[in-house]
Ligand binder design. Structure first.
Ligand SMILES: Cc1ncc(COP(=O)(O)O)c(C=O)c1O
Length: 397
């Protein structure tokens, strides 16, 4: 077996199941869940017709590279979304991935050179795959705590020269899971300058890019900042996008990876042996989704409504960073987050995720401690009811 397998930590949801296992929630209340970040809004109707058309594609092996039509649809979307004008981005440097989770994990195995004492720098709290992928790739992880004093974005100034010299991957996740923070163009620019100086790869996980509250100011992305800086081949920069959150299709397993032209070329070779092609059915559905913006706008409007309802109920009893993007709230808890999670289940039949499960202790503190991650994926009515249960629990303390 792989020697690092035993270093993998229990996944947050496994830990959640464990801490709730001995509790019988009140049966007179229906169970509500704010714990898992699984989109639940309905699928666009036009998908049904696309599914019928896709059957004929199943009698051949799909290429790892993906179809021209699939890659063109993603390239067109990226160009429009980020206002890319130079010719650096075209379908030749986009690859399909079976969800960004799989792509992020595979890219880390491909990119890390274990013979050079590799370091991966990741903000803390973080999406758990970054850590698991680093462990299996044989890299050490440096956690950068995302705290209120730096607006929940990683403070790159805290990394030493020696650490930058060892760094092979810097993970960015903007909009962020779980804090909802959005990095500014200036912060992304700084990261790119450092990547050029120290020759590491920025892996930018942008799977929440389409869920934001202000319709007039979509979160900036790594590709557009590269173009602004004249980095037209996206050197040192890799970007992951996904349809899971944008289009409410987490079961489709569809995303894309793009950016640094040389790295994408070499990653294609890695994936050829990895054997991770995307089903033609998934490619056809994905193409239709990348080409439609109507359902994405409707999706955002629904999240906006939920944020408005929930923050109104929770504002008097909890403090949290002003939600800008993603579908999470990251409130401070009045008592220990694990105890509060157990209590909410025991007394209110509501499942939430303790903030400390999304983070690791670094520099003597766990930046997720005494916070909860609330995923606003249920219906507006359920989100409102869940928030009311939290408020009434806090008032009763
Ligand atoms: C930050 C982040 N990145 C990546 C993913 C993986 O998404 P998918 O594999 O569905 O594209 C998730 C899923 O919750 C996530 O929160």
């Amino acid at each position: 077996m792989h020697p690092s397998l035993h270093n993998l930590k229990a996944y947050p949801f496994e830990r959640l199941r464990h801490i709730l296992a001995d509790i019988a929630p009140p049966s007179e209340l229906t169970h509500l869940s704010f714990s898992i970040g699984e989109p639940k809004h309905s699928l666009p109707d036009f998908l049904k017709g696309v599914l019928d058309d896709s059957i004929s594609g199943l009698n051949y092996y799909p290429s790892i590279k993906g179809t021209d039509c699939f890659r063109q649809s993603a390239a067109d979307w990226l160009k429009t979304r980020y206002g890319l004008k130079a010719n650096g981005l075209d379908k030749s440097n986009i690859l399909p991935i079976n969800g960004s989770r799989e792509g992020l994990f595979a890219f880390t195995q491909f990119r890390v050179d274990p013979t050079k004492s590799p370091l991966i720098i990741t903000s803390n709290p973080f999406y758990q795959i970054y850590e698991g992928a680093a462990i299996i790739a044989g890299a050490k992880i440096k956690f950068l705590d995302s705290l209120a004093e730096n607006n929940f974005s990683p403070d790159l100034e805290r990394i030493t020269e020696k650490e930058w010299e060892r760094c092979q991957i810097l993970h960015l996740c903007s909009p962020n899971n779980p804090t909802g923070a959005v990095m500014t163009v200036e912060q992304i620019t700084k990261a790119i300058e450092l990547a050029h100086k120290y020759d590491f790869t920025i892996v930018s996980d942008e799977c929440y890019s389409e869920i934001y509250l202000d319709e007039e100011s979509p979160p900036p992305g790594l590709l557009e900042v590269c173009e602004k800086l004249g980095n037209y081949s996206f050197k040192h920069c890799i970007v992951f996008h996904s349809l899971s959150k944008r289009s409410n299709v987490p079961g489709l397993r569809s995303g894309i990876v793009t950016g640094d032209q040389q790295l994408i070329k070499n990653f294609l070779q890695y994936r050829t042996y990895h054997g991770s092609s995307m089903s033609p059915t998934v490619q056809l559905i994905s193409e239709a989704l990348w080409r439609d913006e109507k359902h994405v706008i409707a999706n955002r409007a629904l999240y906006r409504k939920k944020f408005s309802v929930v923050t109104k109920i929770l504002n008097p009893v909890m403090s949290f960073p002003e939600p800008k993007a993603s579908f999470y709230l990251w409130p401070k808890t009045p008592i220990d987050d694990v105890n509060m999670t157990r209590d909410l289940y025991a007394k209110k039949n509501l499942t939430v995720l303790p903030g400390q499960f999304m983070a690791r202790t670094s520099e003597g503190r766990n930046p997720g401690q005494n916070r909860l991650r609330l995923a606003l994926v249920a219906t507006v009515a359920e989100c409102s009811e869940g928030a009311s249960r939290i408020a009434s629990y806090i008032k009763g303390l």
